[in-house]
Ligand binder design. Structure first.
Ligand code: NAD
Length: 368
């Protein structure tokens, strides 16, 4: 067992928490992999604390290098994306990130988007798989989202008309043929590696004929290389949104442009119990950052009731990524057993458990 010492420094404002971890050794048997750990904002520190406790019980292969970003970064170091956080990720090539608050309307630009751009994390992988009985049974969908282009480039400006300086708002989206081919190839390779059979490309090429048409064209071109191995079809985004409610079982993998992927990944999270059940990985050629799909949930922050499963599943994806599939499987099994055999669930899943009670129950499963 490794030695982990946790210090929590709480300010009166619960949003500002600094977690300092000194992890002498993550595993006695092998050299730990150093990974950057960003607790983040809102419920971030609570669900990250849960992850650390569970990883210690699991036998973590990681030594955590704790860094700040988002509002916590502004409060600790005056910057939503401090240089030392970037430096840590640049060195480690691997990070687990809690949710980061982004001001709505004005204020600083999303640190999440900046991180994806900085490390060219072009692929966002967001799986949704049924873990508890609910409105939908046996959902198993993997959404691959193009992570750098589309409307997220957010080149925006206002045009004044008459007395109104904000009369017209303009936003420019951008997709490149090469960028679209790169994400399509990532999706097809993911399908081959993970035994997936079919990719549905989601677009709006009837209206955004160029912006999403180029994405569809590139996917069609790439699909020729995978003929006979992985099937591909395509669907207009509005029809896809409806089909995900009416008959989600028809989908195996979805390949989406940036904004559509953002929206539909919340929708598929809703099919499996909500945002508390939705992990994500941001993957580039030499760096990967794993996170929960959800945000900082300010409405429940500091109450100790957040569901930590999304970030735990994201950390399981991180274990897969570094070749520790055995640990990832043990973690997923412990979560499923805690939910279904022990019937211990947080409030978002209609249970009564606190974050701490759920965490302790998973640890108990891991030591059984
Ligand atoms: P949100 O995902 O934070 O919350 C939406 C709803 O889901 C809330 O009612 C919340 O309580 C609930 N919820 C979310 N995660 C939960 C969990 N683990 N357990 C239980 N309930 C949970 O979305 P929002 O309120 O629109 O956004 C809040 C902030 O988070 C914004 O600043 C936004 O920009 C940011 N955000 C960050 C990320 C990220 O860091 N990747 C993603 C989305 C939103």
């Amino acid at each position: 067992m490794g030695l982990v010492i946790l210090f929590w420094c709480h300010s009166k404002d619960l949003k500002w928490r600094i977690l300092i971890i000194i992890q002498a050794s993550a595993m006695s048997s092998s050299k730990p992999l150093t990974a950057t750990l960003i607790p983040g904002d809102g419920i971030g520190p609570e669900i990250v604390e849960s992850t650390i406790q569970i990883f210690e019980t699991l036998g973590s292969p990681f030594a955590w290098d704790v860094q700040q970003a988002g509002v916590a970064g502004v409060e600790a170091l005056g910057d939503p994306l401090p240089a030392q956080t970037l430096e840590s990720i640049r060195k480690n090539h691997l990070a687990l990130k809690g949710p980061l608050t982004t001001p709505v309307g004005g204020g600083f630009r999303s640190s999440n988007v900046r991180l994806r751009e900085e490390f060219e994390l072009y692929a966002n992988v967001r799986p949704a798989k049924t873990m508890i009985p609910g409105r939908y049974e046996d959902i198993d969908i993997v959404l691959i989202r193009e992570n750098l282009g589309g409307f997220y480039v957010a080149h925006e400006y206002l045009i004044p008309v008459g007395d109104n300086p904000k009369a017209v708002a303009v936003s420019t989206g951008m997709n490149t043929y090469e960028g679209s081919k790169r994400i399509a190839r990532f999706a097809f390779e993911y399908a081959l590696k993970n035994g997936r059979k079919k990719i549905t490309v989601v677009h709006k090429a009837n209206i955004l004929k160029l912006l999403t048409g180029i994405f569809l064209d590139a996917a069609r071109d790439v699909s020729k290389e995978y003929e006979g191995r992985v099937e591909m079809d395509d669907m207009i985004v509005d029809a896809c949104a409806m089909q995900l409610v009416m008959n989600p079982w028809r989908f195996d993998m979805l390949l989406c442009t940036n904004l559509f992927g953002d929206i539909l990944s919340d929708q598929i999270a809703g099919l499996v119990g909500g945002l508390g059940m939705a992990p994500g990985g941001n993957i580039g050629t030499n760096t990967a950052i794993f996170e929960a799909v959800h945000g900082s949930a300010p409405d429940i922050a500091g109450k100790g009731i957040a569901n930590p499963i999304s970030i735990l599943l994201a950390s399981a994806m991180m274990l897969d990524h570094v070749g520790k599939q055995d640990l990832a499987t043990r973690l997923r099994t412990a979560i499923i057993d805690t939910l279904n055999i022990d019937q211990i669930r947080t409030g978002d899943l209609k249970g009564k458990a606190t974050t701490k009670e759920f965490t302790d129950a998973v640890c108990k499963r891991l030591t059984n």
